[in-house]
Design a protein around this ligand. Structure first.
Ligand code: NAI
Length: 401
C-alpha cells in the first residue's frame, strides 16, 4: 500500500512509496507527461532499485475533466491536491476572452500557492541569443495571487464599471471616460512579505549571493513601490544575519547576500547585458510573467523551462512546465518534454530524492549537449537534426541507463 506525504513542523515527511497526483493536461500535455513519467520511473529504478517508488495518481482538470465530468476543475481534484501536498501538472487550455476563468490561476489561488518559482539556467547545447549564455543562472520568485492574477476587472460597458467610475470620481476626483474598462491591481503587505521571505529562504538555503527585487515603483508607488519597501523590511527584520541591503553596505556585503532592487524596465536591460548580476529575483505577478519568458528565451525557450507553485507554510507544491498547451504541434511528435522533465526533477529535490533528481538532470543535459534536440531547439542550433518527442525520450532513457 502506498502512503501519502505528510507535513509537520519538522517539514515534509516523505515515505518510500509516496502517492503523487498528476494532471496530464491539455494539448501536448499527455505527450510530455508520458515522456516524463517514463524517465522518472526509470531513474528511480536505476538509483533505488525498488526501494523507493512513486505511486502516480491521476486527477482531472481541463478539457478532459470537462468531457468526463462536466466540470473543468472537479472538487475531487482540489481535494486530492490538498490532501497529497505535492503534485505535478501538464498545461491547461485557457480561452483568451470570456468563457471559463484560467484554470491555472484558479488552481494557484484555491490552493494558495503564492510563489511561482522558475529557474533559468543555460547548459551546453541550448541555443541562446547571448554571447555568454553561461552567465545566466537565476531563479525567479513571482507572486502568484495578487496583481493581475487577482482577476479584478470589469468591462467598459458594464454596470460595475459605471458605478466604479462614479465612485472614483466622487472619492478620488478621477475622471474616466464612459468607454473605460477598469482593472484593480491589489498588492498587499501580507502577500509581498511572504513572497520575498520565500525568495530569501531559498537564497540562504542554496547559498546564493544576490537577490534582486523587481518593481515599477517609480510610477506605481503604493503597489509596486510598496512591494519593494515591504520586501526590504523583511530582509532587515528577518535575515540580517545572512543578508544586507545595497544601501546599508555601500554595495560591499562581505560574506552576506547582497539584496538590491531594480525598476522593471531597467531589469530587462540588465538580464541581457549583465545576467550574472541576478541570481534570485523576487517580483510582482505581471513583471514576473514577462521576465520569466524573457529569461527563458535566453536559455533555449519555454520548451526547456520548468516551474513550481509553492506554499512553504502549508507544505504544498504543484510542479508544471512554463509553456502552454502548444495547440499548433499537438499529436505530431514535436513537443519538447524537457520543461516537464525538469519540473519533475524539481519535485524530486523537494521530496529529498536528490540522487534521482541529479541523475535526470545529467541525462537530459547529456542528451541535449550531444545535439539530440527536438525541433523547437534544432531550429536555432547550427547543423542540428531535429528528433521527435519519442526519440528524444528514448535517448534520455539510454543515458538514464
Ligand atoms: P504555448 O506555450 O502553448 O505555445 C507558444 C509556442 O511555443 C507555440 O509555437 C508552441 O508550439 C511552442 N511550444 C510550447 N511548448 C513547447 C514544447 N514543450 N515543445 C515545443 N514547442 C513548444 O503558448 P500559447 O500558444 O500562448 O498558449 C496556448 C494555450 O496554453 C492557451 O490556452 C494558454 O492559455 C495555455 N497556457 C497554459 C499554461 C499552463 O497551463 N501553465 C501556460 C501558458 C499558456
Amino acid at each position: 500500500m502506498p502512503h501519502p506525504i505528510t507535513f509537520a513542523q519538522a517539514g515534509l515527511q516523505v515515505p518510500d512509496d509516496p502517492i503523487i497526483p498528476f494532471i496530464q493536461g491539455d494539448g501536448i500535455g499527455p505527450e510530455v507527461w508520458a515522456a516524463t513519467r517514463q524517465v522518472v520511473d526509470a531513474a528511480l529504478w536505476t538509483i533505488y532499485r525498488g526501494r523507493r517508488t512513486i505511486h502516480w495518481s491521476e486527477v482531472l482538470a481541463g478539457q478532459r475533466a470537462y468531457d468526463e465530468t462536466g466540470s473543468w476543475l472537479p472538487d475531487e481534484t482540489l481535494t486530492s491536491l490538498t490532501a497529497h501536498l505535492i503534485a505535478i501538472k501538464g498545461p491547461l487550455t485557457t480561452p483568451v476572452a470570456g468563457g471559463i476563468r484560467s484554470l491555472n490561476v484558479q488552481l494557484r489561488r484555491e490552493l494558495d500557492l503564492y510563489a511561482n518559482v522558475r529557474p533559468v539556467r543555460w547548459f551546453p547545447g541550448l541555443p541562446s541569443p547571448l554571447r555568454q549564455p553561461e552567465l545566466v543562472s537565476a531563479v525567479i520568485f513571482r507572486e502568484n495571487t495578487e496583481d493581475v492574477y487577482a482577476g479584478y476587472e470589469v468591462a467598459a460597458d458594464s454596470e460595475e464599471a459605471r458605478l466604479l467610475r462614479g465612485l472614483l470620481k466622487a472619492t478620488c476626483g478621477w475622471e474616466l471616460t464612459d468607454d473605460t474598462g477598469i482593472g484593480l491591481k491589489p498588492i498587499s503587505r501580507t502577500a509581498s512579505t511572504r513572497l520575498v521571505r520565500a525568495a530569501m529562504r531559498y537564497a540562504v538555503d542554496r547559498k546564493r549571493q544576490r537577490v534582486t527585487l523587481v518593481h515599477k515603483g517609480n510610477i506605481m508607488k503604493y503597489t509596486e513601490g510598496a512591494f519593494r519597501d515591504w520586501g526590504y523590511q523583511v530582509v532587515r527584520d528577518e535575515f540580517a544575519d545572512h543578508a544586507v541591503l545595497f544601501d546599508d553596505c555601500d554595495g560591499d556585503p562581505g560574506d552576506r547576500i547582497l539584496v538590491q532592487d531594480r525598476i522593471a524596465d531597467a531589469m530587462f536591460q540588465d538580464i541581457l547585458l549583465s545576467p550574472e548580476r541576478h541570481q534570485v529575483i523576487a517580483t510582482t505577478n505581471l513583471n514576473g510573467d514577462y521576465l520569466s519568458d524573457a529569461l527563458a528565451a535566453q536559455i533555449g525557450g519555454i520548451g526547456v523551462s520548468p516551474g513550481a507553485n509553492l506554499n512553504d507554510e502549508l507544505g504544498r507544491a504543484l510542479y508544471e512546465a512554463v509553456h502552454g498547451t502548444a495547440p499548433d504541434i499537438v499529436g505530431r511528435d514535436l513537443a519538447n518534454p524537457t520543461a516537464m522533465l525538469f519540473s519533475a526533477e524539481m519535485l524530486l529535490r523537494r521530496i529529498g530524492w536528490t540522487d534521482a533528481a541529479d541523475h535526470i538532470e545529467t541525462a537530459v543535459e547529456a542528451t541535449i549537449a550531444a545535439g539530440a534536440v527536438t525541433a523547437d531547439l534544432a531550429a536555432r542550433v547550427d547543423g542540428a537534426r531535429p528528433i521527435g518527442t519519442r526519440e528524444f525520450t528514448d535517448t534520455v532513457l539510454t543515458h538514464i541507463g
